[in-house]
Design a binder for this molecule. Structure first.
Ligand SMILES: Cc1cc2nc3c(=O)[nH]c(=O)nc-3n(C[C@H](O)[C@H](O)[C@H](O)COP(=O)(O)O)c2cc1C
Ligand code: SF4
Length: 396
């Protein structure tokens, strides 16, 4: 199978350090205003407006502030951050430095997932080159009294550590468990100091926005979801790989480009995303329609949707941190229920009970892990109910 060509990304055409050069000639307010004007939202799944987060962090008076790059990339089906880190790490570090100028931070940390530890040497050499060029360290970019440096901390392999407050707990040396919010990290994060946490891809787009201007970014995508986005495309298609698309792209258009027509369903957002049936392939991948974490998994006609739901729930059951009951116990119960469905010993009323359990887990869980763990099952139960119950008559 042929993979998409990662060098076709916009990142390959951005002049190195043009974004930082432009930011270093601006006031912090002007940098934040540029990001606000661009309409850039986080690319890690939550789609929170980046400029709003930076404003909150800037407004807090604190002895220290931190910039954290979230390179956890734990979502099954996501591999776009790996592509960015291996090909365009300098844009990510440049984006972190721009964020530091905007909010007044002197320290940066990249949380690198354990499975990407093999990249640490490469990333350290990019950081060293930036220090030699006075783009990191003391008085960066020729600005007297402006200091910023970045260190890399490698994770231990837990999916929940991608959640920003669990990530901060881990970086502080504790067990990686989500905190109660508020306070949000922008106000009180790493060691209680204001902390901006952004996804790898978000920082790379920050650099592009500063290099090319807010108007360029705003002119792409949709009014509510401006700009470009990377997608990790996998599953039953002819050309899996990392793709760059404008937001607002229809699922059907994406399928055509990756050679995935005539399929049964597409999971947009990885294991925690919704399963979209063929009848909804006209929907758009954008903040205002389908949420866009970046992982797109394609399921061909022969795929067993119950098995897909089972795979997702097994993953979340083993990755739950166990702090809250709806996620810890509910996800386990839902998985038991799906196994009952797989044995064919289930009634329509029992399926409805499972749906209601899934809705309760979604509503009552403390963090995004539990809130999204039933998504695949719920959307499969909604769109493929006939297949689920048909299995009952054939098996039971
Ligand atoms: C269970 C869970 C796992 C997450 N994993 C990641 C991840 O691997 N990478 C990431 O950038 N954000 C992840 N997030 C989202 C982060 O909490 C946070 O919203 C994000 O890093 C903010 O950056 P962004 O606004 O630039 O996307 C995860 C959230 C949850 C609930
Ligand atoms: S929802 Fe799950 S992962 Fe999140 S805090 Fe509760 S138990 Fe932990």
């Amino acid at each position: 199978m042929k993979s998409s060509v990662v060098s076709q990304l916009t990142f390959a055409r951005i002049d190195l350090d043009a974004g930082l050069k432009s930011a270093s000639a601006m006031t912090p307010e002007q940098i934040i205003d540029t990001i606000v004007q661009s309409g850039l939202r986080g690319r890690g799944g939550g789609a929170y407006p980046v400029g709003r987060k930076w404003s909150a962090a800037k407004e807090v008076h604190a002895q220290r502030k931190y910039i954290i790059c979230n390179a956890a990339e734990g979502e099954p089906g996501s591999f776009k951050d790996r592509a960015i880190l291996s090909g365009y790490a300098q844009l990510v570090f440049e984006g972190m430095t721009i964020a530091a100028l905007a909010v007044g931070a002197e320290r940066g940390i990249m949380y690198l997932r354990a499975e990407y530890a093999y990249m640490a040497g490469h990333l350290e050499s990019v950081l060293a080159a930036r220090r030699n060029a006075a783009l990191l360290g003391k008085n960066i970019c020729g600005l007297k009294g402006v200091h910023f440096d970045i260190r890399i901390q490698v994770g231990e392999g837990a999916y929940v550590c991608g959640q920003e407050t669990a990530l901060i707990e881990f970086l502080e040396g504790h067990r990686g468990e989500p905190r109660n919010r508020p306070p949000y990290p922008a106000v009180s994060g790493y060691r209680g100091f204001p902390t901006v946490v952004q996804n790898v891809e978000t920082f790379a787009w920050v650099t592009c926005v500063l290099a090319r201007g807010a108007a360029w970014f705003q002119s792409l995508g949709t009014p509510k979801s401006p700009g470009l986005k990377l997608f990790s495309v996998s599953g039953d298609c002819k050309r899996p790989g990392v793709y760059e698309f404008q937001l607002g792209l229809k699922v059907a258009e994406l399928l055509r480009m990756v050679g995935g027509e005539n399929v049964k369903g597409v999971q947009v957002g990885g294991a925690s995303g919704l399963m979209i049936p063929k009848s909804q392939f006209g929907r758009r991948i954008a903040f205002e329609d389908l949420p866009y974490g970046g992982a797109v998994i394609i399921f061909g006609k022969e795929r067993d949707m119950l098995e897909v739901a089972h795979n997702c729930l097994s993953f979340f059951t083993s990755e739950s941190c166990g702090q809250c009951t709806p996620c810890r116990e509910g996800t386990r119960k839902l998985l038991d229920g799906v196994e009952r469905l797989q044995r064919g010993s289930c009634t329509s009323a029992y399926l409805d009970t499972l749906i209601s359990l899934g809705e309760s887990i979604r509503a009552a869980s403390k963090c995004g892990l539990g809130q999204s763990s039933p998504q695949a099952f719920l959307s499969i139960a909604e769109h493929y109910r006939h297949e689920l119950m048909g299995r009952r008559s054939s098996n039971g």
